[in-house]
Unconditional design. Structure first.
Length: 144
């Protein structure tokens, strides 16, 4: 295993073992649940919009290290974004995970998000990595 892959795995495990922004958010302006029936991953994402931006975002979930770490990474990356900025970030994540060409994954540019690039080697796990992202998208669109 090369040093970069090991570093990325360490980042995923750190977010899994020590999730950032975990817990319910009260008050929140939206929440949405995500469930992957193939593996049993579950996540509920809570968001509070302030002045048209993501003021706070948290999650509660259970599942594999990838799904939970991705939720933790997401909550750390999106605070302060507008809905359109989040939509761009979501597209960046999808491209990183599904593009035919190897993505540019750089910790100095993308922060811990770059660690998710390794998931592309396991196509069955892409849904795990995007579960929380899709739940936040739904919450921003007026989820319950």
């Amino acid at each position: 295993m090369d040093d970069l892959s090991e570093l990325y795995q360490d980042i995923i495990l750190d977010h899994y073992r020590h999730p950032r922004h975990a817990g319910e958010l009260d008050p929140c302006t939206g929440k949405a649940e995500g469930f992957n029936p193939l593996c049993g991953d579950k996540v509920t994402v809570y968001v509070r919009k302030d002045d048209g931006k993501i003021g706070a975002v948290t999650f509660v979930g259970e599942g594999c290290a990838i799904s939970q770490a991705s939720a933790s990474i997401m909550t750390s990356q999106v605070e302060g974004m507008s809905a359109s900025e989040f939509a761009e970030k979501l597209e960046e994540v999808k491209r990183m995970l599904t593009a035919e060409e190897e993505p540019e994954a750089d910790l100095s540019v993308q922060g811990d998000l770059a660690a998710l690039a390794g998931v592309r080697q396991f196509p069955a796990r892409i849904k795990c990595a995007t579960l929380a992202w899709h739940a936040l998208e739904e919450a921003l669109e007026g989820g319950t």
